[in-house]
Write a protein that binds this ligand. Structure first.
Ligand SMILES: Cc1cc2nc3c(=O)[nH]c(=O)nc-3n(C[C@H](O)[C@H](O)[C@H](O)COP(=O)(O)O)c2cc1C
Length: 204
């Protein structure tokens, strides 16, 4: 019998964009490849993210399952992420260009911030079309830099997979519980302040 897909929608009393409500980070991925036109669209969404001085410091290296790029990115993952990420059809390396194009010789200190925004745009576009992203910080950035000859003024910040969820029970036994767990967030009062740091904003 085909498995029941997990729905791990945000539990909220606020009306959110459907893609934001539905998005979550699965670990069990099927081997179904996304259409190349969809892949192109999610990177187009990343392309239109805002960035400091419109520097667009994001750079991506994409591997498709079976190709050498995928294998190299996979080899840089830590052992925890290697337990699950290898079934996903797309692996990507997310890189920030720290050199400013507008101000040669100057550092762009918002490069990683802007890379994160590009990933957020990409994830939401993907989710609005049924494609899931799962970002990772657990990898060897030095190894990834060496494997791909990343220039010195660029930093490999994260890895992500893209794909479609599969049966959670196919995961390594250590990962099944987390896959099925309810998603949690801190309360809004712990993150939105007024007056001074730590004092909740109360004028909603
Ligand atoms: C920068 C970043 C690094 C992350 N690193 C990992 C990781 O190494 N391994 C992993 O399984 N998940 C990783 N995650 C996924 C988070 O654990 C996940 O987004 C968080 O628990 C919230 O869950 P949700 O995305 O399903 O809402 C990472 C997410 C981000 C944004």
């Amino acid at each position: 019998m085909r498995f029941q897909p997990l729905h791990k929608h945000a539990t909220t009393d606020q009306v959110l964009l459907p893609a934001i409500k539905k998005r979550w980070s699965p670990r069990s991925f099927s081997n179904q490849q996304p259409e190349m036109s969809l892949l192109r669209r999610v990177f187009e969404a990343a392309r239109w993210a805002p960035s400091a001085s419109n520097e667009q410091p994001w750079r991506f290296i994409i591997g498709l399952k079976g190709d050498e790029t995928y294998q190299k990115i996979f080899s840089a993952l830590d052992s925890y992420n290697q337990l699950w990420a290898g079934t996903a059809p797309v692996l990507m390396l997310n890189i920030a260009n720290h050199s400013s194009k507008r101000h040669p010789g100057r550092q762009n200190r918002w490069a990683e911030y802007d890379l994160g925004q590009a990933l957020a745009y990409l994830s939401i576009q993907a989710m609005s079309e049924g494609l899931f992203a799962h970002q990772m910080g657990g990898f060897d950035a030095d190894l990834a830099s060496r494997l791909f000859d990343i220039p010195d003024d660029h930093v490999v910040v994260s890895v992500a997979v893209l794909g479609y969820p599969d049966d959670p029970d196919l995961l390594h036994p250590n990962l099944v519980e987390a896959e099925k767990a309810v998603r949690k967030r801190q309360d809004i009062s712990e993150m939105v302040f007024s007056g001074k740091f730590g004092e909740p904003f109360r004028n909603w």
